[in-house]
Design a protein around this ligand. Sequence first.
Ligand code: GTP
Ligand code: MG
Length: 368
Amino acid sequence: MKVVIIIPTYNESGNILQLVEKLQETFQQIKHDMHILVVDDKSPDGTAEVVKTLQTRFNNVHLLMGEKAGLGVAYSRGMTYAMQTLGANAVFEMDADFSHKPEDVPRLMAEIDKGADFVIGSRYVPGGSIPMEWGFRRRMNSKFGNIVARYLAGIYPVRDCTAGFRAIRTSILQNIDFSELGVKGYAFQVALLHQAVVLKAKIVEIPVDFIDRTKGESKLGIRDIIEFILNAWWIRFNSLKTFLKFAVVGASGVVVNLGFFTLFLMAGLNKYIASPIAIEISIISNFLLNNFWTFRSRKTKDRIRIRGLKFNAVSFLALGVSYGTFVALSIFFPNVQPQLHQLVGIIPATLLNYFLNSYWTFKEVDED
Ligand SMILES: Nc1nc2c(ncn2[C@@H]2O[C@H](COP(=O)(O)OP(=O)(O)OP(=O)(O)O)[C@@H](O)[C@H]2O)c(=O)[nH]1
Ligand SMILES: [Mg+2]
């Protein structure tokens, strides 16, 4: 297996030499073809020059230069290069400042060997740690970041969503369009992790000690924090979108249902016959909108014909529930406007429709 350790750098000339030397030592313990890719954004402190001298000593050291545009952009470029040019089977994300211990690399690699797709060097699982010397503010920042990622973006099962020490199989990365993540800075870590969750990657967290940098400066800025929070909201909004679309389709169905019902009554049709016909018409329009809009992006295991049959079955069940409600209300409240009976009948039918169609008709296939 070819493995590329991607190290983004911005002004890390005081760290990169020792880090690369230390990594080469740990590679002795790993049976894979190990490489290092430094992604340097024209650091004014001459980081790239240090890497170039390292390249004369080690033939597994690569350098990718670019304009400074944020940590996420650097990783996107690095990962693309590792996959397309170097032909990597797995990549590592790692900081240049010794916050991530080089001697932990074989432990993360071992999890990939055991079959994991996405290994996180985690500070927040038992056995992991953040630096003792971190003050209250630094601790809170880190905890807050993880709370936002876990509860706002919805990545509940992962304890350390913001970790920057990870090993990832490129079979997962190949399915991710980096430009669609829409992030430039540190938010990339959460956006990428979320994509891995969506792709049902096997995610494993192993404990690591996070060490404070002793050389160079931290690059985390206010723009990164704002982007981080916006990105978490965006992920949340996107996962709610299916439900919101279904609600909009449902609302359109109400208009169709009541519209046709009123038309039929005006045409002199018996209300007990007008009701189920109006319901059926609204079900058909809902199906078309859900099939071609709400659930359009879902990869279902059924062909459209089977999906249509399932939707029909659900529709008949919903029709029964809706009509049953209508009849019951008509019997118990004979003096109330029939439109109101028809309207109330839609509610249980719509709920049943959503759950059965979402978890049965349009159920997403498991990749495995
Ligand atoms: N290429 C590139 N690397 C970056 C950029 N921003 C940060 N980095 C690198 O990403 C890694 C993590 O950045 P740090 O500044 O250490 O961020 P941090 O670890 O959250 O902060 P500290 O704990 O204070 O060090 C380091 O290796 C940085 O040099 C960038 O815009 N471009
Ligand atoms: Mg750091």
